[in-house]
Design a protein around this ligand. Structure first.
Ligand SMILES: Nc1ncnc2c1ncn2[C@@H]1O[C@H](COP(=O)(O)OP(=O)(O)O)[C@@H](O)[C@H]1O
Ligand SMILES: O=C(O)C1=C[C@@H](OP(=O)(O)O)[C@@H](O)[C@H](O)C1
Ligand SMILES: [Mg+2]
Length: 173
């Protein structure tokens, strides 16, 4: 399946952006991070978009970008943690790509997102409650479209990449 797209889904701090970039480099494939595409297109960063357009505005931009990226071939895409909220996004992702759910428990997500101020949903004191609620809502949705689930609490980025390459059948040809 050499031209199959690979999509990384999962909660904030699971490692989608980090692992996606590394995986694309390893496979010499183009890499897109949907959050970065949204920022490039709008000429603004995600906190600004949330401030000015609200979460709804961000989600509209996200759906548009997901639809466009999913119509291309051969690329690796890291998504934002909330991409599974809309049915059209789930359809677009599951219809023409290999979907990898990178999972992480809330304790790990908390540590990995602690210093980064670019996630508007976490700029509040009750981050742990927010992450817990989001994971409860989204975990079944991540599972519903996942072709492969990998636990990033126990697997290093390199181990995750190895497993993805094995599963997609892109090992040495
Ligand atoms: N498997 C992993 N083990 C340890 N740290 C990780 C792992 N994956 C990602 N990280 C670290 O967690 C932080 C958040 O990762 P990021 O790729 O931004 O997550 P996401 O895009 O899923 O929100 C980064 O500092 C990254 O280096
Ligand atoms: O979980 C979410 O709703 C979000 C996750 C973020 O991406 P990461 O999962 O890469 O942090 C980004 O899309 C935005 O801040 C909203
Ligand atoms: Mg990311």
């Amino acid at each position: 399946m050499p031209l199959t797209n690979i999509y990384l889904i999962g909660p904030m701090g699971a490692g989608k952006s980090t692992i996606g970039r590394m995986l694309a480099k390893e496979l010499a494939r183009p890499f897109l991070d949907s959050d970065h595409v949204i920022e490039d297109r709008s000429g603004a960063d995600i906190p600004w978009i949330f401030d000015v357009e609200g979460e709804q505005g961000f989600r509209d931009r996200e759906s548009q970008v997901i639809e466009e990226i999913c119509s291309q071939k051969g690329l690796i895409m890291a998504t934002g943690g909330g991409v599974v909220g809309r049915p059209e996004n789930r359809r677009n992702l599951s219809s023409n790509g290999f979907v990898v759910y990178l999972s992480a428990p809330v304790t790990v997500q908390l540590q990995r997102t602690e210093k980064d101020k670019r996630r508007p949903l976490l700029q509040r004191p009750d981050r742990e409650e927010v992450l817990t609620r989001l994971l409860e809502e989204r975990d079944p949705l991540y599972h519903s479209i996942a072709d492969l689930v990998l636990d990033t609490e126990v697997l290093s980025p390199r181990q995750v990449i190895k497993r993805i390459i094995q599963a997609v059948g892109l090992g040495r040809e």
